[in-house]
Design a protein around this ligand. Structure first.
Ligand SMILES: [Zn+2]
Length: 354
């Protein structure tokens, strides 16, 4: 990875109750001439139905902006939207949705150079403000492609509070995983000529600390939603500043990628998979996993592989595959031999602890 010296930051991060009823007023404070610019809203059909009132209001506020529904988060669909933006002189794209919608809108904005306003409907992972889009490509697995981060991020706390709790738990898992990711990043820097960017490191550490040490335990409270929103955005900014995903992604993410690529039948969200991976990663790194385990138990985040249909053989194979999924990425896994006995013990312990 090249030493990276330029980065962008969003100009607006608003976390408010019913923010979607006055998105235009919020954005106008930061980009005064935005109203009147040709705009499109990108979402998914079930969200357009579910949040009909709010999404229609956004469309009206932005000059009766056309509302487009995406069907799958594919590279082709993102490019088709970018093409439309360029041909029709559209200047602003507003993405309202979860990871699929936001990754598609983010990439479409990146290629077309439109202003991108990101409105998450759930807080399930830190990709909302990250400089990457994960898109499906024809005949291949999903691909992570570098792109520009959002110009503005608007979080409607009522919308997040009404999202399924599992999605918020996933966002918590992705945030807590920074603990082992940061260890791996330092380890990698000590083994190569690459450097840890101190500011990106500090942002990612603060993101982790703000959730790990949070006194508010009610996932649906405004206070918690505010803290988690900021933590996820800080994670995205840490990646933008570092010019890589390293501040937020270590061996625990390699484990999650191995599940996604080799065991697609296992139904587990990204954030829960990385949370599950962070406990063994902690142990491999010689750190005690007790703090993380207690934290996950407190919030009711189930990290037991057996509960997701992962047996001992699969668990061992996932950790083996984790070594191969991102070639060239140095983590604690590069330092260790695969130890079946240790993995069996960790598996049993995770089963007992939930
Ligand atoms: Zn992640």
């Amino acid at each position: 990875m090249n030493q990276h010296t330029r980065f962008n930051l969003p100009i607006c991060l608003a976390v408010e109750d019913d923010a979607l009823f006055h998105t235009d007023e919020i954005v106008k404070c930061y980009i005064p001439d935005i109203i009147g610019q040709k705009t499109i809203v990108v979402s998914e059909q079930f969200l357009i139905d579910l949040y009909n009132e709010k999404i229609s209001e956004i469309s009206r506020d932005f000059g009766n902006a056309e509302i487009i529904s995406i069907s799958n988060a594919s590279f082709d669909e993102a490019v088709a939207i970018a093409k439309k933006i360029c041909i029709e002189d559209i200047k602003v794209i507003i993405g309202v949705g979860g990871g699929r919608v936001l990754d598609t809108a983010k990439y479409a904005a990146h290629i077309s150079k439109a202003v991108y306003i990101c409105i998450p409907t759930s807080l399930s992972n830190d990709s909302l403000a990250s400089p990457f889009s994960v898109l499906e490509t024809e005949g291949k697995a999903r691909k992570t492609i570098p792109c520009k981060i959002p110009t503005a991020i608007i979080v409607d706390t009522n919308m997040i509070a009404s999202a399924p709790v599992g999605q918020t738990l996933s966002g918590i898992g992705d945030t807590i995983a920074k603990h082992t990711a940061l260890y791996d990043w330092k380890l990698s820097a000590s083994k190569t000529s690459s450097k840890v960017d101190d500011f990106a490191y500090a942002l990612s550490r603060m993101s982790y600390d703000s959730v790990y040490h949070c006194d508010e335990k009610d996932l649906k409270s405004r206070v918690f939603i505010r803290i988690l929103s900021r933590a996820l955005v800080m994670g995205g900014l840490a990646m933008e500043i570092a010019g890589s995903s390293r501040p937020c992604s270590g061996s625990e993410h390699l484990f999650a990628h191995a599940i996604e690529e080799y065991y697609p039948q296992i139904k587990i969200s990204h954030g829960i998979a990385v949370a599950m991976g962070s406990i063994p990663a902690c142990i491999f790194q010689g750190q005690s996993p007790d703090g993380l385990i207690n934290f996950f138990r407190h919030y009711g985040l189930d990290f037991n592989p057996a509960d997701y249909g992962i047996d001992k053989d699969m668990f061992e194979d996932m950790w083996l595959k984790a070594r191969e999924v991102r070639k060239g990425r140095i983590t604690i896994l590069s330092e260790l031999k695969n130890d079946r006995t240790q993995l069996d013990e960790i598996y049993d312990m995770m089963n007992r602890m939930v």
